[in-house]
Design a protein around this ligand. Structure first.
Ligand code: GLA
Ligand code: ZN
Length: 666
């Protein structure tokens, strides 16, 4: 397989939307920004195949020729994410049926029915032609299949395929009845074709509510697999002609629809699109990068970010001076090998005309945005391949699991405000603020690599999980879990015998009841140190079995009951956080977790800077970023080192202004 030769700096490029004179101008201007890569042909199906039997490659040939001459790394799209009009006209079945049961017509994008044989046939044919024609171009660096896979289809073809998927999984109809507990509300089915898809016309209530969560979770698994089959189909079409070029598709971070751990196994390299809102915490963006590194456990590509603003959020703020650059270094710090923009030139029409780009509507390089892109490009150029595929060492693993995400958010009760990603983020944030490196890991990861494993709201326990966690702690690991853990099996049926079910022995507690608190309600607590705090959202009423209490409720009828616990288990310990705590209270518990687990900070000094380490060839690279709104002093550890980006010597006097970045090696 081809290796990436350099860090890519580029992005989505649509010369097909422009006259040829503009292409020349683009090449001149991009050079000024040290752009070395272009992602092309992402949405050109209608151009390449103007009708059922006609293919037209002249324009794409010219684009590729131009980029090849200019020594670009080409990221080649397969164009299958938006279908041509003729296909919808002749074969309306290629469109999806939505949650409300409406059959979609031509329009928009990302809306092919994954089980349409017509779609599959024409997509495969198109991709084979592309691979045959361009697969041996030495400038071709990455294949970019489709675009941002996602969404669901509830058509009859999908329904039939779902039944087959279920037959493979459950073998008998009795097993399906049992798995979804269909005796409830007398929903027992006797024939496979009595099973219907869980949209608004069936058991689905809305995107997050279902009369049978087990059924809806299975449908999500099925849809994720179905779209993944579409990806694999295109991959196979490419591999017929090109066995060398790595293949990706652009993921979307914590996007709910697809099980990215499963997807990453089929991708040669992970890429993703980072579009934080004006108020997204930097810790959340960092967590998402770590997740995108985690799904394949290696460095990734940043396929898209906007150089300045978006168009599709409610409030599309500009990135402030220095922000795009700082955000890009945060991306590299957490494991990226590329910085790519959407897009290189701003479109004149369509819903993205207000989306930022490297070249704005003014059409020149004389803009604030361009200058910042250019600075970053030249800095990346001077870094060469020193950081390419570098590692991100971490001692803490946080479990992220799409089955849990789906099941937890489908479940009816106890509190509608419970959000899976927010729960995970709150734990991540604790480590982020202390510059403790974290890996985002799957439920079946090798836990033994970590001093601490954190599994917030580990609602669904599958397969060998409880045993694996017990073995990990037994040998000396430190484990943290919380309320709403150990509750159900893979089909959303409760694991009987008292919460947290299979984690009861490991945590040494029994949660007898779970109280839900409305937004205006709270409980008071007092921790072992005497520190007073509050809890919200959910409160377990806990009994100590073998665990010891780390604090208790001081209000409500369960006052005096433990709110957090620690259980010695083998050579290690398991912590249980029984309620949604305020930040300081949670920090007190997690301080103890870090102490017991002997977790090291990247830099052992108190600082408000984000400091992240990547390692390559025995060298440590420290990315030091100021995401606060005030000036921050450089930690003493870096006194006397040199900033690789500006080639400046640093001292204790060095001050980082907001969005300043410093990169040093040790
Ligand atoms: C997504 C898509 C792009 C573009 C951008 C705009 O990430 O992949 O085609 O629409 O959003 O932000
Ligand atoms: Zn369908």
């Amino acid at each position: 397989m081809k290796k990436m030769k350099r860090m890519l700096h580029g992005g989505d490029y649509n010369p097909n939307q422009w006259e040829k004179e503009v292409w020349k101008e683009d090449m001149r201007i991009f050079k000024d920004a040290a752009i070395n890569s272009a992602t092309i042909n992402v949405f050109s199906w209608a151009k390449i195949q103007p009708s059922e039997e006609v293919y037209y490659f002249d324009e794409l040939d010219e684009i590729i020729e131009m980029l090849t001459k200019e020594n670009y790394d080409i990221v080649l799209g397969t164009s299958t994410a938006a279908l041509p009009a003729w296909m919808f006209k002749k074969y309306p079945e290629v469109g999806r049926v939505d949650f409300d049961g409406r059959q979609h017509r031509f329009g928009h994008r990302h809306n092919a029915c994954p089980h349409s044989l017509v779609y599959q046939k024409y997509a495969t044919r198109l991709v084979e032609k592309l691979a045959e024609r361009y697969g041996d171009n030495p400038q071709l660096s990455i294949w970019h299949i489709n675009n941002e896979y996602g969404g669901e289809c509830y058509c009859e073809k999908c329904e039939k395929a779902f039944r087959v998927w279920l037959q493979n999984k459950y073998k008998t109809i009795e097993a399906v009845n049992k798995a979804w507990n269909l005796e409830f509300w007398g929903h027992t089915v006797y024939e496979w074709d009595e099973i219907v898809v869980p949209n608004a016309l069936g058991d689905g209530m809305d995107a997050n509510n279902s009369a049978f969560a087990g059924l809806s979770v299975d449908y999500r698994r099925f849809m994720s697999d179905s779209l993944l089959d579409n990806f694999k189909m295109e991959k196979a079409a490419i591999r017929k002609y090109d066995q060398e070029t790595p293949i990706t598709t652009n993921l979307m971070g914590t996007f709910k629809g697809l099980d990215y751990f499963k997807w990453a196994k089929e991708m040669d390299i992970v890429s993703w699109d980072n579009y934080p809102s004006y108020n997204t915490p930097w810790s959340k963006t960092a967590m998402t990068h770590d997740l995108m590194r985690g799904v394949k456990n290696r460095s990734f590509m940043l396929m898209e970010q906007t150089p300045s603003q978006q168009n599709w959020q409610p409030y599309n703020s500009l990135k402030k001076p220095g922000q795009m650059r700082a955000q890009s270094y945060q991306t590299i710090a957490h494991g990226a090998d590329t910085i790519q923009y959407f897009q290189l030139r701003r479109s004149v029409g369509g819903c993205e005309k207000f989306h930022g780009a490297v070249i704005e509507h003014v059409g020149t390089e004389n803009t604030r945005v361009f200058r910042e892109v250019s600075q970053l490009g030249h800095e990346m150029q001077s870094l060469g391949d020193s950081l390419l595929e570098a590692n991100n060492p971490a001692e803490v693993g946080i479990i992220f699991d799409w089955d849990n995400y789906w099941a937890l958010e489908y479940t009816s009760g106890p509190n509608k405000d419970l959000s899976y990603v927010d729960q995970i983020h709150q734990y991540y944030q604790y480590f982020y603020e202390r510059n403790i490196a974290v890996d985002m890991i799957s439920v079946d990861a090798d836990f033994s690599k970590y001093k601490v494993v954190v599994a917030p709201v580990l609602y669904m326990i599958k397969d060998q999980m409880a045993e694996n966690l017990e073995a990990y702690v037994e040998k000396g690991g430190t484990f943290v879990t919380t309320f709403m853990s150990g509750i159900v099996d893979q089909s959303d049926n409760v694991l009987l015998g008292g919460y947290p079910g299979p984690l009861r022995k490991l945590t040494g507690v029994w949660a007898e009841e779970i109280d839900a608190l409305a937004p205006e309600q709270k409980n008071n607590i007092q921790l072992a140190s005497g520190q007073k705090g509050e809890t919200f959202l959910l409160s377990d009423i806990l009994h100590l079995e073998t665990a010891e209490s780390l604090g208790e409720y001081t209000s409500n009828f369960y006052k005096g009951c433990p709110v957090a616990t620690k259980n010695h288990f083998g050579k290690g310990q398991a912590f249980y956080v029984g309620a949604q705590m305020d930040t300081d209270s949670l920090a007190e518990i997690l301080d103890q977790v870090c102490y017991d687990g002997d977790v090291k900070k990247v830099v052992d000094e108190k600082t408000n800077l984000e400091i992240t380490r990547r390692q390559k060839d025995g060298k440590d690279f420290y990315f030091i970023l100021n995401f606060t709104t005030e000036d921050q002093k450089l930690p003493e550890t870096f006194d006397g080192s040199t900033d690789l980006l500006k080639n400046e010597r640093l001292s204790v006097e060095t001050v980082l202004q907001p969005y300043d970045v410093v990169l040093v090696t040790k």
